[in-house]
Design a protein around this ligand. Structure first.
Ligand code: GDP
Ligand code: MG
Length: 169
């Protein structure tokens, strides 16, 4: 069946925070790899029904381009949503979230909806949920912890983001 909307969602955050695993958890629908592209951008999709509308979420992965400022503006072009991932076991990845927000402000559409995800919630933490929630509130981001390994909250976080994008279209 045809979808009513296609939402481009970019996944960003430091290396090894679990971006690819989170995306793989959420989307098992189809796989696209632009092997001709030197920047190696790829995305996967999953179609969900929201408020009687069929929404295709096209979720883009950085494919190893996550070094600070190495993600090009092409990656952000047309994105309606972003999942900004840090690793709750590595404090530096949370501290870098502010830089990723700066990247979004510089390259993405002003109205982009952002979900901050503290991944690896199955492991002992180095970042509290309270401080991450406070940062998210200050920056105008939605927030959830999740575990790509156990699957906890992954679907919920993505669906919340998609619902919020849908509420804005
Ligand atoms: P990326 O570089 O951000 O795309 O990170 P990956 O998705 O490749 O994951 C980096 C590493 O973290 C891999 O060894 C994953 O197996 C591991 N990992 C990813 N998500 C989780 C998680 O939720 N819990 C645990 N324990 N490990 C995870
Ligand atoms: Mg990856």
């Amino acid at each position: 069946m045809e979808e009513d909307y296609v939402f481009k969602i970019v996944v960003i955050g430091d290396s090894a925070v679990g971006k690819t695993q989170l995306l793989g958890r959420f989307t098992r629908d189809e796989f696209f790899l632009d092997s001709k592209s030197t920047i190696g951008i790829e995305f996967q999709t999953r179609t969900v029904d929201i408020a009687r509308r069929r929404v295709k979420a096209q979720v883009w992965d950085t494919a190893g381009q996550e070094r600070y400022r190495a993600v090009t503006s092409a990656y952000y072009r047309g994105a309606l949503g972003a999942v900004l991932v840090y690793d709750i076991t590595r404090r530096a990845t949370f501290e870098h979230a502010a830089r990723w927000v700066d990247e979004l402000r510089a390259h993405a559409d002003k109205s982009i909806v952002v979900m901050l995800v503290g991944n690896k919630a199955d492991l002992p933490r180095a970042v509290t949920a309270d401080e991450a929630a406070a940062f998210a509130e200050e920056q105008g981001l939605f927030f959830s912890e999740a575990s790509a390994l156990s699957g906890d909250n992954v679907e919920r976080a993505f669906l919340r983001l998609i619902e919020e994008i849908h509420a804005n279209v």
